[in-house]
Write a protein that binds this ligand. Structure first.
Ligand SMILES: Nc1ncnc2c1ncn2[C@@H]1O[C@H](COP(=O)(O)OP(=O)(O)OP(=O)(O)O)[C@@H](O)[C@H]1O
Length: 233
């Protein structure tokens, strides 16, 4: 069964259409790039999957269930904006995640924080944007979840560290889990993606595996994205 499924998922904000009859599936064990320009509906889709928004029509399910308390145990979510309190330091954040999430692997988180030389005493409000993103991503990826929904995880991280982060994190997560990464930094993530979903103005333009794209179209995801969006209305 698909871990995430949307059928004809539609979301209006007042009269403005943010998602327009979106149908897609994410299978277990896949790393999926949700790729689209600003305002294309990526965050709206992820929030609907988390139950933070309610669909105007259509359905979203996680492992066959509508978003709710049951699915929150399966999903580890990295929101677009931080929800962590500025006064908390890294140790307090680790304590918080341990208390809150039974599936949190504290050793794995500590290991990644050490690898990235992030001091345990550092408070959220003292962190640079990039460091804050690294810490949040480590916390979210240290849960042993079935589905990770990452909304723009690495926008503030410098390009030299992005690759390292992506690989550190991917070498620490459960291979049977699925990952949806929303980003417009395609070149940085395309080597780790199994599938891509292109979204524009609330509509899915393409859902395909990266291997298929390379074989059939003979180009990289980044090149195809530029091509498709050049002609998108
Ligand atoms: N709470 C809201 N109220 C009204 N309109 C909203 C709200 N949230 C999103 N929208 C609108 O819905 C559309 C999709 O927004 P969304 O945030 O999902 O895009 P996105 O692809 O995540 O963009 P970005 O890459 O800039 O984060 C946009 O036109 C946005 O202005």
């Amino acid at each position: 069964m698909a871990i995430l499924e949307c059928r004809e998922l539609t979301k209006y904000f007042d009269s403005s259409l943010a998602l327009d009859h979106v149908s897609l599936t994410v299978e277990p064990g896949r790393i999926v790039g949700l790729l689209g320009p600003n305002g294309s509906g990526k965050s709206t889709l992820i929030k609907l999957a988390n139950g933070l928004l309610v669909p105007s029509s259509g359905v979203v399910t996680i492992d066959g269930h509508a978003p709710g308390p049951e699915t929150k145990e399966l999903v580890s979510y990295l929101p677009e904006r931080t929800y962590l309190s500025g006064w908390m330091n890294v140790v307090q954040l680790l304590d918080f995640f341990c208390d809150f999430y039974p599936d949190f692997d504290r050793d794995a988180a500590e290991h990644m924080l050490t690898a990235l030389e992030i001091s345990p005493k550092l408070r959220i409000r003292q962190m640079s944007k990039g460091t804050r993103e690294k810490v949040q991503l480590i916390l979210v990826m240290s849960r042993r979840a079935r589905l990770y929904l990452l909304d723009e995880p690495i926008g503030g991280v410098d390009p030299a560290t992005r690759d390292y982060i992506i690989h550190t994190i991917l070498s620490n997560y459960n291979e049977n889990a699925s990952l949806v990464i929303s980003t417009h930094l395609i070149a940085d993530v395309e080597n780790v993606l199994d599938d891509v979903i292109f979204i524009n103005k609330g509509r899915i333009l393409l859902q395909q595996s990266v291997d298929q794209i390379r074989q059939e179209k003979g180009c990289s995801v980044d090149e195809l994205f530029r091509e498709v969006f050049r002609y998108a209305e």
